[in-house]
Design a protein around this ligand. Structure first.
Ligand code: EPS
Length: 357
């Protein structure tokens, strides 16, 4: 299986399966001298972890990250940084009954068509467990971006199923609830909705937004290295992602030019429909990305499907699944934003050198 690497100058190669002995990554291109500890990475991982509330998968992984290389006396050396996390709470027997079955809406079918062989336990490589390593790598990128440019990255749950969750933004409350919801008044509504959903055995989708502040102007390139194209690819590479919008996104379809254009004054831009990116290059405004996540496909409600021999079968998925993967997606979109921005800072330096802070 090829294509396990993301990024060009700051690159992350992930490996491992949800039910294998361990997952890990190799980060290449991190500049030397960045001070970071396993504990700082672990704190980021904790925000993404399963089993933190009744609304997510109850698998309990410690996500105890080990740094195997690329660090000396607490600082990066500029050499490849290998991180590894053991899987300690996999329950593979849950997957026995779907060993030969292909869950509708899941990567099972396309995996089978492509490779003709699959690790059916937990979806193998297609499991959301892989996103752990993106968050681990993202922790380094976030810290570096903050130190070098004061870039701050914040994600939030914008919608869960039918419920808009960000009409009233209280930025400080995002990490105070299990949904990464910025509106404290919506939290009980989401809890009630999720409790009913879990009882019903069904799942739902979500929209997760992320903003990066203090991004310098000039990152990205006008044709094949567009910052927005790389951000879209980054977000679409997250499990269950089905759509990405930059700034006004699909609202641009109905907007008039007079409304969409962000007029400029000596004091700065008026509005940010562009989402901080014009012609593939950052404008110096906040970079804003929105990602749609589909409803989880592993459901205990029976459905019609096929087995690997093409026979029609009834499929029921047991196990500890997230009724809404979007709930845990906020730290992942933040990590992908950080990885893309750091990669683009290094790429910009490679060609142009100077960055205007
Ligand atoms: C997942 C199914 C569940 C989740 C898992 C993602 O695990 P299992 O493979 O044991 O059924 O718990 O998420 C994680 C373990 C994690 O760390 O995010 C899936 O089907 O994607």
């Amino acid at each position: 299986m090829s294509h396990n690497r993301f990024g060009q100058l700051f690159s992350v190669t992930t490996f491992g399966e949800s039910h294998g002995p361990a997952i890990g990554c190799v980060i290449d291109g991190c500049p030397p001298g960045l001070e970071i500890s396993a504990e700082e990475i672990r704190l980021e991982l904790e925000r993404r972890a399963t089993g933190k509330s009744r609304h997510t998968s109850q698998r309990r992984e410690k996500d105890d990250v080990q740094i195997l290389s690329g660090m000396f006396e607490g600082r990066t050396t500029g050499t490849p940084i290998a991180l590894v996390i053991e899987n300690t709470d996999a329950r593979s027997r849950d997957y026995e009954n779907i060993k030969r079955q292909l869950r509708p809406g899941h990567a099972d079918y396309t995996y089978w068509k492509k490779y003709g062989f699959r690790d059916y336990r937990g979806g193998g490589r297609s499991s959301a467990r892989e996103t752990t390593m993106r968050v681990a790598a993202g922790a380094l990128a976030r810290k570096w971006l903050k130190q070098e440019f004061g870039i701050g990255i914040q994600g939030w749950l914008a919608q869960l199923g039918p419920h808009r969750a960000d009409r009233n933004m209280d930025w400080d409350s995002i990490d105070d609830n299990p949904f990464f919801c910025p509106d404290p008044e919506m939290v009980p509504v989401l809890e009630e909705y999720m409790d009913a959903l879990r009882k019903s055995g069904d799942s739902t989708g979500a929209r997760v937004n992320v903003i990066a502040r203090n991004v310098p102007a000039g990152l990205g390139a006008p044709v094949y290295g567009k910052l927005d194209a790389d951000l879209a690819a980054a977000m679409m590479s997250i499990n269950a992602a089905k759509g990405v919008e930059i700034g006004a996104g699909f609202d641009s379809v109905w907007q008039m030019g007079t409304e969409h254009r962000d007029e400029m004054t000596a004091e700065g831009f008026i509005g940010n429909h562009a989402g901080g990116i014009l012609g593939g290059i950052s404008s110096g405004q906040d970079v804003i990305v929105s990602t749609a996540f589909k409803p989880t496909s592993s459901l205990r409600i029976p459905c019609r499907g096929l087995d690997i021999d093409g026979n029609e079968v009834e499929i029921v998925t047991k196990g500890r699944h997230d009724p809404c993967v979007g709930i845990r997606a906020t730290p992942i979109v933040e990590a992908m934003m950080a990885i893309v921005l750091m990669d683009h800072v290094l790429r910009h330096r490679g060609q142009i050198g100077k960055i205007y802070k």
